[in-house]
Write a protein that binds this ligand. Structure first.
Ligand SMILES: Nc1ccn([C@@H]2O[C@H](COP(=O)(O)OP(=O)(O)OP(=O)(O)O)[C@@H](O)[C@H]2O)c(=O)n1
Length: 375
């Protein structure tokens, strides 16, 4: 049940999508999406709703900033995201709007009196823990392959599986080559969300099973490589300054070569911070692979840009705590000792320019060596 406010009073409005699904699942509801039946864009604007874009009949409530979309149908007319013909008109029914959606559990609407409109048996699929497509139109949006894998990463621990027919469709979409028309940013948005879910590995194994991994993650699309990569993710540290999803990504690609990691980062157009965390994580794993010594530790601190960005060393030290706890204390001591070397003191001794740089490095290396020998 929900109360209508002055702005929505008199509109034929329903709560839809994720909010209804998650409420039925007892999962926290983060944001509410609404669908409005029988209204025109002009009527919405007159009420004070703010149009979101020019091409989509979606509006924001000026107070709650929640999305109100006019009921619409969609038909594919080309490749990728722009290749959609959207038809919104007061004669589009609630059922028609629900029928364009991806999964049955996402195609349930709730009216103000609490009553559910559920033409595709989404409630039954929630009870049976099934991710099932609404109609063959599922294939019209290749992003849905990733979305379905992401929902599995989120709900697998509740017992959800992907319906066999849906799995078949996902494989067909992957084999059609349509995934390559997605924008890299949208692929990353889905992947980043999946990486933050309770079972991120299910996202990747599902995509591998339906042959979708080869398009965007060819570096991981081999049974043994994928298994090894996924086994790295549980080492993500609880480091509140960085998102869990980013740590998991960095660990996932930590066994790849530098070239492969950079190729992936470029293809996915990763945000710099994520690509950098991935590089740093690989450096830390390489450091721990062999016995520590002053030269290797100093090199590691330099590659982490520790003097300018101490937070980057702190983050990697947290990772060391998960990967190899016995090395955390010596590395922390070495870092503190190296940080304590003061450029100011060397300046006042008369060092300048390149000589100052060289003296700094020598003093730092000595400090690291002392710290390592004391631990
Ligand atoms: N490619 C897509 C994207 C969205 N939807 C529909 O639009 C709703 C809202 O989409 P979105 O807000 O992206 O996702 P949610 O389902 O709300 O999931 P989340 O909890 O991850 O936000 C979905 O429930 C689904 O009905 C769809 O059918 N196909």
């Amino acid at each position: 049940m929900f109360q209508q406010d002055a702005l929505t009073q008199g509109l034929d409005v329903y709560r839809v999508g994720g909010a209804v699904r998650d409420a039925l699942l007892g999962w926290p509801v983060v944001d509410h999406d609404w669908v409005v039946v029988g209204a025109t864009p002009e009527a919405m604007r007159q009420r004070g709703f703010k149009p979101v874009g020019r091409d989509f009949p979606v509006f924001l409530h000026p107070q709650t900033a929640e999305e109100y979309a006019l009921a619409r149908t969609e038909r594919k007319s080309g490749h990728g995201y722009s290749g959609f013909e959207v038809y919104a008109s007061p004669d589009v029914t609630l059922e028609e709007d629900l029928s364009r959606r991806d999964l049955t559990i996402n195609a349930i609407a709730q009216g103000p009196d609490g009553q559910l409109t559920d033409p595709f048996d989404g409630q039954q699929d929630i009870e049976q823990r099934l991710l099932r497509h609404v109609s063959p139109a599922f294939s019209e949006d290749p992003l849905r392959v990733l979305r379905t894998a992401r929902f599995l990463a989120r709900y697998a621990h509740l017992g959800f599986t992907i319906a066999p027919d849906t799995h078949t469709l996902m494989r067909e979409v992957s084999q059609s080559g349509e995934l390559s028309h997605l924008a890299a940013e949208r692929v990353w948005v889905e992947t980043e969300k999946a990486l933050g879910e309770p079972n991120p590995e299910r996202y990747f194994t599902t995509l591998h099973e339906c042959q979708a991994l080869a398009t965007w993650w060819p570096e991981l699309a081999e049974d043994e490589i994928l298994t090894a990569a996924l086994a790295e993710m549980p080492s993500a540290p609880e480091e509140p300054s960085l998102p869990l999803a980013h740590w998991r990504y960095a660990l996932l690609v930590s066994l790849l070569s530098d070239e492969e990691r950079d190729a992936l980062a470029g293809r996915l157009r990763l945000p710099n911070a994520v690509a950098q965390l991935a590089r740093h994580t690989a450096l830390t794993k390489a450091l721990l692979n062999e016995p520590l010594n002053d030269e290797r530790v100093l090199h590691w601190l330099e590659r982490l840009d520790g003097w300018r960005k101490p937070g980057q060393v702190a983050a990697q030290l947290a990772l060391v705590g998960k990967l190899d706890l016995q090395h955390q204390a010596p590395l922390r001591a070495a870092w503190q000792a190296a940080q304590a070397v003061s450029p100011q003191a060397l300046l006042s001794e008369g060092y300048q320019g390149a000589a100052l740089g060289e003296a700094l490095r020598q003093h730092r290396q000595k400090a690291v060596a002392n710290a390592l020998s004391e631990e």
